[in-house]
Write a protein that binds this ligand. Structure first.
Ligand code: PLP
Length: 405
């Protein structure tokens, strides 16, 4: 039994008002709200444990280190990695992708070697590779999609060549909501002897992820999109691959011995964690993962699926409605435009009704070019979204549409 009323009580922000109206928060693709247990964890750790990790012999430092390393185990379990050596804490998805782009290119790629991405990637999974294209002469190949927003798997297969060194694709599109068949795509890449990075920023909050079942070589996500804190994220990588990669940043913690003649590096995962980690953040990220696990990822997925089907059906009642992203397998992200109303105007007026949506290109300008538009309005659902909120969104869009005649 999915107890939505009880779940909503865990999120204090959901009971606030904006412009005198109850907040309807539909910007979960950008960031999610935090349950009380996540915020409490931050406050409690600062008040009673705070001390730098890994370095101290004293009680507090050991306690903070234990919490930090226990969080690594919580993440390992959550995505079913084999070992905590495979869990690298980063600042988020963006940093995780940049780490792989930088270290993987340095170790495995020569000028002219190729990385395959898709047309629906977030800028972080495009620009990180373009930087390497400029610096190291690597080449980007792009998987196209159909008008429903589904990747063309035949075209994908044709992109492989002897020079393909990595594929990097989002499991769920942050604009179209498309759930890409990454397990199948990984198998294709592996048949060509090519490793695969899954951008899990938009999948991790909404579905069960099992990196061993997917056979993902890398899997990345951000804490703040899965009801956790900002500033902390994860890079999962297969141990043998991570062992091959050179360090990303230099500093404390990532070394074994330092001298001016020769420095040796620490073992995994510390080799990739230079400097003081956000150990307060990792503890509260673990609280967030425990929170969603207690509700159940399958239960969350089922609830959100029903809500998405309902939202899509209700949105289509609206005259002049154009929805971008009608894949057969679709998560709770609904991008739309109505008639000639500019996305910015729609978003601003919905905001006055207390409805928080996102407008613009959603950090996916190449996708906007593919769709032939400059931006959309995006409503993105979370585990606490209700049917009543969808109804309010539909009523709000109708009201704004009437204002524009
Ligand atoms: N990838 C996808 C698919 C995203 O939706 C986002 C954020 O919206 C990112 C990457 C970047 O995440 P972050 O800004 O948390 O690093």
């Amino acid at each position: 039994m999915y107890d939505i009323a009880k779940i909503r009580e865990d999120f204090p922000i959901l009971s606030r008002e904006v412009y005198g109206k109850p907040l309807i928060y539909l910007d979960n693709g950008a960031t999610t709200q935090k349950p009380r247990c996540v915020v409490d964890s931050i406050v409690e750790e600062y008040y009673s444990v705070n001390s730098n990790v890994h370095r101290g012999v004293h009680f507090l430092s050991q306690q903070a280190t234990n919490l930090h390393e226990a969080s690594r185990e919580t993440v390992r379990k959550f995505i079913n990695a084999r070992s905590t050596s495979e869990i690298i804490f980063t600042r988020g998805t963006t940093e995780s992708i940049n780490l792989v782009a930088s270290s993987f290119t340095e170790r495995f790629m020569k000028p002219g070697d190729e990385v395959i991405v898709s047309v629906m990637e977030h800028h972080s999974n495009i620009v990180s590779w373009q930087l390497q294209a400029e610096r190291k002469g690597i080449v980007l190949k792009v998987i196209p999609m159909n008008d429903c927003g589904e990747l063309l798997l035949d075209e994908y297969e044709k992109l492989f060549s002897e020079r393909t060194k990595l594929v990097s694709v989002a499991q769920v599109s942050n604009v179209l909501g498309t759930i890409n068949p990454v397990k199948e795509m990984i198998a294709t890449a592996h048949a060509h002897g090519v490793p695969f990075l899954v951008d899990g920023a938009q999948s991790i909050p909404h579905m069960k992820v099992d990196v061993q079942d997917l056979d993902a070589d890398f899997f990345v996500f951000s804490g703040h999109k899965v009801y956790g804190p900002t500033g902390v994220g994860v890079l999962y990588g297969k141990e043998n691959l991570l062992n091959e990669l050179p360090p990303y940043q230099g500093g404390g913690e990532m070394i074994q011995n330092v001298s001016f003649e020769k420095t040796t590096f620490n073992e995994l995962p510390f080799k990739f964690e230079a400097g003081t980690p956000d150990y307060i953040g990792t503890t509260s990220l673990a609280k967030a993962l425990d929170y969603v696990s207690a509700i159940g990822m399958d239960e969350i997925a089922a609830y959100e699926h029903e809500l998405t089907v309902y939202a899509m059906q209700r949105m289509k009642e609206i005259p002049g409605m154009r929805i971008f992203g009608e894949a057969e397998h679709k998560g709770g992200v609904i991008s739309f435009l109505v008639g000639n109303i500019h996305h910015f105007d729609m978003g601003t007026l919905l905001d006055r009704l207390g409805i928080a949506v996102r407008t613009g290109h959603h950090c996916a300008e190449p996708l906007m070019t593919r769709l032939g538009i400059t931006g959309t309005v995006r409503a993105s659902l979370g585990l606490y979204t209700t049917k009543e909120e969808i109804d309010a969104l539909v009523a709000g869009i109708k009201r704004v549409s009437m204002m524009f005649g």
